[in-house]
Design a protein around this ligand. Structure first.
Ligand code: TXA
Ligand code: MG
Length: 324
């Protein structure tokens, strides 16, 4: 068992709420639920009609494939056509956890789930609420982040309520999510694995298990390595700027998220927030901080650019997209 599981086991889901949520999933309804990364908007992955509702509610293009959540390695194996050795090794090392593996899909997964791609993204989430829901529902659950398309992902039930409101049939509240940014997405559909989306499980950690992988071109360079990897994604409504050396706008009223305290004193800022200097803790608080500032009527949010080291890659990716 890895660290993600141990921590999430401390939370205790209410069995009655889990039964209610699972019954709705089986009836083809939509349930928002916590994972260790962000809240997901879930539907029975084997029910094309139910999955269709996710796309409608989010305003998500049909070309953007969904991740399918399962309760175990065996359940993932049952949905993938070619459960390779590297999939097995990665699943043993990182599941339950924030790593999505893209593999050739079996026919039983409807095309709407995968945007008609022959592959499917699979992961076992390290969250007690998500695992209890999957066990009780007895079906795989397709779920994108529980926000409207291009918006910032939700890390609390309140964020979900604000974005989707009554349009979702049930919101399973499991408290704030622990990891805080979306899972690392790795394609195992090619001979050499390809990183499609960086996250808190780093390239280094993956390569330590399966050896050298390839990195898909950055969206900022105009390449779309997979459908749904849009550059403009994960965005607050307020203008977000990624800055170096406290190079802040001289107009309007802004908020500044910094790690290096020395730069702040030189400027008059609407609000300045010291962010954690550890990547894990930074990721945990980032979206909640941005959600809150987004409601604050600021003209801009400036974020000090984090270090360009492997453990910050996922965070930097989200901040770059948010600042497009
Ligand atoms: O942490 C997460 O991954 C969260 C929680 C809810 O699990 N989910 C999430 O889903 O972030 P979403 O839909 O917002 O992002 C899914 C990402 C997209 O970038 C999509 O392109 C990629 O996964 N993806 C899913 N299936 C794929 C496939 N078959 N081939 C390539 N990329 C795929
Ligand atoms: Mg999303």
């Amino acid at each position: 068992m890895n660290q993600h599981t141990q921590e999430s086991l401390n939370a205790r889901p209410d069995p009655e709420k889990i039964r209610q949520a699972a019954a709705l999933i089986r009836e083809g309804k939509l349930v928002a639920f916590p994972t260790e990364t962000v809240y997901g908007l879930g539907a029975n992955a084997l029910d094309a009609g139910a999955v269709q509702k996710i796309f409608r509610l989010k305003g998500r293009p049909a070309t953007s494939p969904l991740i399918v959540h399962v309760g175990s390695r065996e359940a993932a194996d049952a949905l993938a056509k070619n459960w390779r050795d590297d999939a097995e090794q990665l699943a043993r090392r990182f599941w339950p956890g924030p790593l999505t593996l893209v593999l050739p899909k079996r026919e039983l997964i409807p095309d709407v789930v995968t945007a008609a791609l022959p592959t499917v993204g699979l992961r076992v989430p390290a969250n007690a609420f998500a695992l209890a829901l999957l066990a009780e529902a007895g079906v795989p659950i397709a779920a994108p982040s529980a926000n409207r398309f291009t918006e910032l992902s939700p890390t609390t039930a309140a964020h979900v309520r604000r974005s989707l409101g009554d349009a979702v049939d049930f919101i399973l509240d499991g408290g704030p999510t622990r990891v805080g940014i979306e899972s690392t997405v790795l394609s195992l559909a090619t001979p050499v694995p390809v990183l499609l989306r960086p996250g808190m499980i780093s390239v280094e950690q993956i390569e330590a298990v399966i050896g050298k992988i390839e990195i898909a071109g950055a969206p900022a360079e105009g390449a779309h390595p997979s459908p749904g990897m849009h550059a403009q994604h994960y965005r607050p409504k307020t203008l977000l700027l990624l800055v170096k050396d406290a190079d802040l706008p001289t107009w309007g009223r802004g908020a500044y998220l910094f790690m290096n305290r020395s730069a702040v004193a030189r400027h008059r800022i609407g609000e300045s927030i010291e962010m954690p200097s550890e990547a894990d803790q930074y990721a945990t608080t980032l979206y909640d901080t941005l959600h809150r500032l987004d409601e604050g009527g600021f003209d801009w949010i400036a974020v000090e650019q984090p270090p360009e080291t492997p453990e910050w890659a996922g965070i930097l990716d989200r901040l770059r997209r948010a600042s497009q």
